[in-house]
Design a binder for this molecule. Structure first.
Ligand code: ADP
Ligand code: MG
Length: 263
């Protein structure tokens, strides 16, 4: 099956250099009720320094798509290539241990429900992934965790437990945790989905800051249409199919790569 997006993928001059490349991703869930195709041949390229928003209704395939990029779930067919440190890595060709190791070094994930560990203090929630990854010594880890808490403006609460702070504050900590091992890529699954509009705005500004000041590349999925104009590029996912929101192709062209690249 060759679709218009397949062709534009093949013709794209940026193929082979994008930070993240999704090629014809298909995801079929097998359930007792039969097979369900959640992703129907997704093609996408994301360049360094982009803040890509993927907007879609509940059940459209947003979380499934992110799970294909993070490698926490298997794809049915297609390939995901990420060049986090220059050399291409085919995520789904690694075994589970190698994917987990790769993810720990290169990719931070932020969820709607924060998912902080309740029995650890905020600073310990951030040092934990550093201890597991081994990039920073235990001595460095606490100092770095405090720096990250400062970055998200919550260092005053460092030694509190998650239950002692608000949802918006917990999401700040979750972002700091996602940054613990200094990954170049952040992936966020409805990170503002359970926050009120004022708190959502503050969290969104943290992501914008990470793109503009820290050169991070972010892919965020959301059901919130009002965020669409805020991303450097916005796509829409409908029933497992991806299209650009403003009439352009989801794949990026060479000129756009330069426009959106870090200054
Ligand atoms: P979104 O994140 O946009 O709400 P999801 O990616 O979670 O959507 O789900 C997309 C579709 O795939 C939905 O119809 C959902 O019911 C289905 N789905 C998700 N996970 C599973 C699963 N583990 N088994 C079967 N179907 C699933
Ligand atoms: Mg979801």
């Amino acid at each position: 099956m060759v679709s218009a997006t397949d062709q534009s993928y093949n013709n794209s001059s940026s193929a082979g250099s994008a930070l993240i490349e999704l090629m014809d991703i298909v995801k079929v869930y097998s359930t007792a009720a039969g097979d369900f195709t959640a992703l129907k041949g997704i093609n996408l390229q994301v360049g360094r320094g982009e803040f890509v928003g993927i907007v879609g209704k509940s059940g459209s395939g947003k979380s499934t798509l992110l799970n294909m990029i993070t490698g926490v779930d298997h794809l049915t067919s297609g390939e995901v290539i990420v060049r986090a440190n220059g050399s291409p890595v085919s995520i789904h060709k690694m075994n589970e241990d190698a994917i987990a190791f790769w993810r720990g070094h290169n990719l931070g994930v932020v969820y709607q429900s924060f998912q902080l560990l309740p029995m650890l203090t905020l600073v310990e929630n951030i040092t934990l992934p550093m201890d597991l990854c081994g990039r920073f010594s235990q001595k460095q880890a606490r100092g770095r965790a405090l720096e990250l808490l400062h970055l998200v403006e919550i260092e005053d609460h460092a030694d509190k437990f998650p239950s002692q702070i608000s949802g918006g504050q917990q999401q700040r900590v979750a972002i700091a945790r996602a940054l613990a091992n200094d990954p170049s890529i952040l992936v966020a699954d409805e990170p503002t989905g359970s926050l009120d509009s004022v708190t959502s705005e503050h969290i969104f500004e943290v992501f914008e800051h990470l793109v503009s000041e820290q050169g991070k590349t972010i892919i965020m999925v959301t059901h919130d249409q009002t965020l669409a104009p805020r991303f450097t590029r916005t796509l829409e996912i409908t029933d497992g199919e991806l299209k650009a929101l403003n009439g352009t192709e989801p794949e990026r062209r060479e000129e756009e790569m330069h426009e959106h690249g870090p200054a």
